[in-house]
Design a protein around this ligand. Structure first.
Ligand code: NDP
Length: 366
């Protein structure tokens, strides 16, 4: 892969002076064809965070917006210089098919809407980035993978931690054998959810409760920290507030995952506790702790060898640049971020809900 950054790095290290660097490159403008042109769908809290972070991207460019709120579209046009012809509503966005200014649609709407919008974006011939959880169950996720395969477009899931430098260092150390045989992982993921009227507490929009929203970080984290896919799950639910957390909206679930190499993960997903963002990995020769482990950062981490010192980079900036390289250059990330990776997490979530219901160990085949 050759990126604008690589190019600048190369010439910076050569005899060519900064004055010789083309102005467009130094100024952050993209040479024609080098950037992934992205339309963000859903201009809510996270959509805004991604848009802001993309201003520092070198390979991904915010080129369009899709929203049900005209005033937000107008604001984004002036704030980010988005052309009016690159703005859509949910009912006309299929026309994006004819828009050569857009290469990819980034779906950042409530969970239950991901499936339909990803299918429509794929049918329009656009690559798709979809927020986590990619769907509300594995059946939907499998359909999304199949639809993108059929349309010949890439489907990526917004797993920003897969590009986070300290996380990648722990994964490197684990692969190098620094921790020895991995025996145990603990994942604690949760926060105290506020406004009881928000979509995250509505089954029809969220698909579930804390597990869909925040517990998924411990599921996904267990897999990338241990480096295997689980083969069984057990789970127990606790509910203390039956008004706020209605039928189908989980407040707190503890779950355990068993891995083929013998490691076990013990995890907690909750909407009723603050300060819960910790990963702990234990092996026969060493350990790693990430605290916080998945928030927007800076992530902090230490191992039996000392503090992790990798720099903090805005997660969504590095994510979008790396995703541009995956889509445009077929770059292979250290930890996959494709639809099949997201589908695995959805199968695990289905199995966790099943295990809560039956009280039994549920076998997994990912
Ligand atoms: P918000 O409620 O802040 O924004 C969602 C946006 O979706 C709305 O502002 C709206 O935008 C659009 N929307 C379309 N239909 C609906 C509907 N029926 N009800 C509500 N909103 C609707 O949510 P978030 O931005 O926090 O979350 C969106 C997605 O991003 C979720 O899947 C979530 O899990 C994921 N997320 C991921 C994070 C990460 O770190 N990877 C962090 C936070 C969220 P408009 O007015 O433009 O139509």
């Amino acid at each position: 892969m050759s990126t604008r950054r690589d190019f600048i790095r190369k010439i910076a290290g050569s005899a060519i002076t900064a004055a010789a660097v083309p102005q467009a490159l130094m100024a952050g403008n993209q040479p024609e064809g080098a950037a992934l042109k992205v339309a963000i769908m859903g201009l809510g809290s996270y959509g805004n965070r991604v848009a802001e972070a993309m201003q520092a991207c070198t390979r991904a460019k915010l080129a369009g917006a899709i929203s049900g709120t005209p005033s937000k579209l107008a604001a984004w046009q002036s704030r980010y210089g988005i052309a009016e012809k690159n703005c859509y509503h949910y009912d006309n966005f299929d026309e994006i098919r004819n828009n050569r200014d857009i290469d990819a649609v980034y779906v950042i709407v409530p969970n239950a809407l991901h499936h339909d919008f990803v299918l429509r974006a794929a049918r329009a011939g656009k690559h798709v980035i979809c927020e986590k959880p990619m769907a509300v169950n594995a059946k939907q996720a499998a359909e999304m993978v199949a639809a993108c395969d059929k349309a010949g477009v890439k489907l990526l899931v917004g797993y920003r931690m897969h590009f986070e430098p300290k996380t990648l260092e722990v994964i490197r150390m684990r692969k190098a054998g620094d921790f020895g045989k991995i025996k145990f992982f603990q994942g604690l993921s949760g926060f105290n959810i506020g406004d009881p009227t928000q979509w995250r507490l509505k089954k029809e929009l969220a698909g579930g409760g804390a597990m869909m929203d925040i517990g998924i970080y411990s599921i996904n984290g267990a897999r990338y920290m241990i480096g295997e896919d689980p083969v069984w799950v057990t789970a127990q639910e606790t509910k203390t507030d039956f008004v706020k957390f209605r039928e189908g909206v989980d407040e707190t679930i503890q779950f355990q995952l068993g891995f083929p190499g013998g490691a076990v993960a013990s995890c907690l997903s909750t909407y009723s506790l603050n300060n819960l963002d910790r990963f702990f990995l234990d092996g026969e020769k060493g350990w790693a702790e990430m605290l916080p482990s998945t928030g927007y950062g800076p992530i902090k981490g230490r191992t039996h060898k000392g503090e992790l010192t990798q720099p903090h980079i805005t997660h969504q900036t590095i994510q979008m640049d790396e995703m541009a390289a995956i889509i445009l250059d077929n770059k292979q990330p250290v930890v996959p971020v494709d639809g099949r990776e997201g589908l695995k997490d959805m199968k695990i979530i289905d199995a966790i809900y099943e295990a809560v219901k039956t009280g039994k160990k549920t076998e997994l085949s990912l």
